[in-house]
Design a protein around this ligand. Sequence first.
Ligand SMILES: Cc1cc2nc3c(=O)[nH]c(=O)nc-3n(C[C@H](O)[C@H](O)[C@H](O)COP(=O)(O)OP(=O)(O)OC[C@H]3O[C@@H](n4cnc5c(N)ncnc54)[C@H](O)[C@@H]3O)c2cc1C
Length: 460
Amino acid sequence: MARHADIAIIGAGAGGLFASIWAGRTLQSRGLSSTRPSSRIVALDGAKKLGAKILVAGGGRCNVTHHAVDETAYAGSSRNSIRNVLRRFDVAQTIEFFRERGVELKREETGKLFPVTDDAQTVLDALLNAAAAAGVQVINPWRVASVKRTDHGFAIQRDLPAESPGVRATVGGGVALGVGVGVGVGVGDVVVLARRIILATGGRSLPKTGSDGLGFEIAKSLGHSITPRVFPALVPLTIPKDHWLTSLSGVTLPATLELRSAGGKRLAAFTNSTLITHFGLSGPGVLDMSRYYTEAKLAAAPGAAPVLVLNWLPEENVESMDAALASAGRTRGTSILRVLEAKLAERVVRAICEGAGVDPSASLAELPKIKRRTLAIALTEMPLPVTGDRGYLFAEATAGGVPLAELKLDTMESRVCPGLHVCGELCDVDGRVGGFNFQWAWASGYVAGCGAAAAVTTSA
Ligand SMILES: Cc1cc2nc3c(=O)[nH]c(=O)nc-3n(C[C@H](O)[C@H](O)[C@H](O)COP(=O)(O)OP(=O)(O)OC[C@H]3O[C@@H](n4cnc5c(N)ncnc54)[C@H](O)[C@@H]3O)c2cc1C
C-alpha cells in the first residue's frame, strides 16, 4: 500500500516544523483541510527525540530571535536575497506567533529574545502543538534515505534500520509496501509518495542531533548544487596546546578580533566577549568570527594565509597604546604591571608580557622604545596562532549549502526541481550568534510552508 501526502516535510527541526505549521494553516485557510485527512501534510524526522537543537539552544533557554534582525547579520548567499526572505516573516511576527501559542518572549540586554520561562521545552512544545493544530502529522523516527522524482511528485524512501523484518519497498518501480495500516503515514511505512516536498534537514552541525549532511546529498540528487565550500560556523577556534595563551584558560573579557588578509587588508572585525580555554578561544566574538576566518583561509593562495589579531583593549590601538605607555613611563618608577593592572587582570597582564618577552615588573621609564612598541602590539594587535576549529561536533551552524540563487524567494521553491522547497540551515545562509539562525529558520520555513501549500491543487 502506497502512502500519500500532499506535502511531505523532510526534517522536523526549527525550519521544518515552522514550514509544516504554515503549510497546514495555509491549507486550512483555503478550506482544503476539512476535505482531506489530516495526514496529508506529514513531517518526517529521523531523530528518536524531536527538537534536539531547539532544546540545547541558548544553554537550554532557546534564544528564539533577536530584536534587531537584518541581512547584515548573515553570510553566505547575497545579502539582497537573504533580506528578501527575512522580510516575509519578521521579528514582530515571530513574537506574535509564539505569544499566540502561549509563549511570551523577553528581550535581554544583548538584544536576544528568550521565552520568559527560560526553558527551551516551552518553545518546542509550542511548535509541536501548533503543528498538531494545523493538521500536521509528525512522524519519527523516520529517517529519509533518498528522494526520487515520480510522474506525480516525489517518492521518499525510508532509511530502514537493519532490524525491520517484513518491511519491503521499492521506489521508482511504482510499488510501495508498508507495514503500517489505516489512513495516513505511520512509522512502519517505508515509502511516502508526496506531491510536494520541503527539504529541511539542517546542515552538519551537532550531527548527533540527526543533522548529518544527508540533506545535501538529497538536494544534489534532485539537481541542486551545493556551494563548493561547506564548513563549520559559530565554532570555537583552536591554538597549539602548549601556547602560553592556554594558561589563561577560563578568562573572559571583552576583546576585538580582526581578520586581516596576508596583505594586511581588514576583512572582518567583531568586538564581543572572548573566552580563553584550554584548547583555544571561544565566546560570541570568536564564534562570530570563525566562519570568516575559515572562509578566508580556504580561499587564500598558498603562503598567503589570513591573520587573526586580538585587541585586548578595544578602545586602544598600537599608536594610542604606545603613547599611553610612554606617558605613564614619565612618572619615575612606574612598573608595566601597575599601569596595565588598571585595565586588565594581573594574570592576563603577566601572560601577555611573558608572551611579548617583557618583564612585567620592569620600570616603564627604563623600557627601550622597541620593547614598548612590542608590548603595545601584543596588547592591541596580537596575532593569534590559530590551528583550526573544533569542527561540526562543537559548531552551532553550518556555512554553505543550497545557494538562494537556485530558489524562488517568494516560495523557496527550487528553480531546478519544481515541487521541491528548501528552508533552514540547509540553505547557504548562516547568521551570527544571538537568535539570527532561528529567525532564518522561522522566516524561510514560513515562506516554504505557505508556498508549498498555496501550490496544492484542489483536485489532488
Ligand atoms: C548547540 C547549539 C546551540 C544553538 N543555539 C542557538 C540559539 O540559541 N539561537 C539560534 O538562533 N540558533 C541557535 N543554534 C542554531 C540553530 O539551532 C539552527 O540554526 C537551527 O536549528 C536550524 O534549523 P533547521 O530546521 O534548518 O535544522 P535542524 O534544527 O538541524 O533540524 C533538522 C532536522 O532534520 C532532521 N533530519 C536530518 N536529516 C534527516 C533525514 N535524512 N531524514 C529525516 N530527518 C532528517 C534532523 O533529525 C533534525 O531534526 C544553535 C545550534 C547549536 C548546535
